[in-house]
Write a protein that binds this ligand. Structure first.
Ligand code: SDX
Length: 383
């Protein structure tokens, strides 16, 4: 008797693969919590360094703990010379995400405890990855424009130093604060595609660097982290708020995805998008003509998308839609948006990886075979 076709959840939609205490995403209410703290409260009152500590250690740090952690981060910012030449060799030829992924995968060559999978070693590696991913992203941004590599300034905070290494000048306190908040907002988001990929890679008991390399590979795609770059390119292609309706109608008619909208979990406004949107409006009067122009188009696209697809299809702005104009205001080129997303999300990947390793189970799902059976081999002369 033909066995019945099993339940198949394409894209593992709706499938719970583990339990976790790190992040709650409520897609109906549009709520997001890191270790139980609402994202709006962290964004308003915390810092990226504190959020990294929270995600790695499960609690907000005491002053002395935060001091020790930020020292660890600062000591890990300098890119090893050998790695810098690898980055130099790729920076102008490959997409920044490919250069970043390659550089991160090379880090074990510079870390004597790369293959020590103890929790203590993995916590130290997580701190190194947080710093190195930011430094490497900044270095890629400079070297690909024939600018000199800027060595880290350890008197600066994490986000501040990133902007300093990228732009070669210290950001204003407001610029640093906005970048710090953007990094917090992108730090973690439960079992999204890149976090699941990280966990799947690590579930074979490879190592933290290999697992994070896999996560970066997954984040690149425009259905996931790559949407931030794609959304800005779309806004630039629309060119003027007056063109937005025609662009959107044509895209919907062709069943094309509007970048920066929709979400597998959020069926209402992404809470992160709300915060980023508020930053964009706050920046509006003091930003460049280009940023104001991009903001005007983005707000028009949002208005049209919400009215056309928001309520009836549950397609709302996500974290990637308003990020672009904010990053443009910080001097970040479009193809560096997703590496910056990776530099922010690396702490989420490390946190989930260490949580999963505590009761590790090799990830090995099934696929339902519908192909042929018992085929007879035919020599090539008879084919
Ligand atoms: C991130 O998972 C996470 O947490 C990810 C993330 C994180 O922090 O890690 O939040 C970060 O990746 C945000 C998402 C960034 N991606 C984009 O902005 C790309 C554009 N969005 C879509 O590709 C889409 O919304 C996804 C991929 C994000 C989610 O898609 P699903 O859940 O697979 O939904 P679907 O493709 O099955 O679409 C359902 C319907 C379809 O219409 P019908 O065939 O039913 O008529 O909604 C439509 C889709 O055509 N639809 C869209 C749309 N997204 C879905 N239509 C137009 N524009 C869109 N953006």
């Amino acid at each position: 008797m033909m066995a019945g076709r099993p339940q198949i959840n394409l894209g593992l939609e709706g499938v719970y693969f583990d339990e976790s205490r790190i992040c709650k995403v409520d897609g109906q209410k549009g709520e997001l919590y890191y270790m139980g703290y609402p994202i709006a409260e962290l964004a308003a009152r915390s810092t990226y360094e504190e959020v990294c500590y929270l995600l790695l250690y499960g609690k907000l740090p005491k002053r002395t703990e935060l001091g020790a952690f930020t020292s660890q981060l600062r000591e890990s910012r300098q890119i090893p010379e050998g790695l810098l030449s690898l980055i130099r060799s790729m920076a102008k030829k490959a997409h920044p995400m490919d250069t970043l992924r390659t550089a991160i995968s090379a880090l074990p060559a510079y870390d004597k405890e790369a293959y020590d999978n103890s929790t203590a070693a993995n916590l130290r590696k997580s701190a190194r990855l947080i710093s190195q991913t930011a430094s490497i992203t900044a270095a890629i941004g400079r070297l690909r424009q024939n600018k000199v590599y800027v060595t880290p300034d350890n008197t600066l905070g994490h986000a501040e130093n990133f902007l300093y290494m990228l732009n070669g000048s210290r950001p204003s306190p407001k610029e640093a604060r906005i970048m710090d908040t953007m990094m917090m907002l992108h730090a973690e988001h439960s079992s999204n595609a890149s976090t699941f990929t990280t966990i799947a890679a690590g579930s074979t008991l490879s190592d933290m660097y290999a697992a994070v390399t896999a996560g970066i590979a997954a984040l690149k795609g425009p259905l996931h982290g790559g949407a931030d770059e794609a959304a800005l390119r779309m806004v630039r292609a629309i060119g003027d708020p007056g063109n937005a309706e025609r662009y959107i109608d044509q895209a919907i008619a062709k069943k094309q995805r509007i970048m920066g909208f929709g979400h597998r979990i959020y069926k209402t406004y992404d809470p992160r998008a709300k915060i980023i949107r508020s930053y964009l409006l706050e920046l509006h009067n003091t930003s460049s003509k280009e940023v104001r122009r991009l903001t005007g188009i983005a707000l028009k696209v949002e208005e049209l998308m919400v009215s056309k697809l928001g309520k009836q299809k549950g397609i709302w702005p996500n974290v990637d839609f308003f990020s672009g104009p904010v990053y443009v205001a910080a001097g970040i080129p479009a193809d560096l948006f997703t590496p910056l997303f990776a530099a922010s999300r690396v702490v989420g990947w490390c946190s989930h990886m260490m949580e999963y390793w505590r009761s590790n189970r090799l990830i090995r799902p099934l696929d339902y075979y519908t192909g042929r059976l018992n085929m007879r081999y035919v020599p090539i002369s008879k084919r």
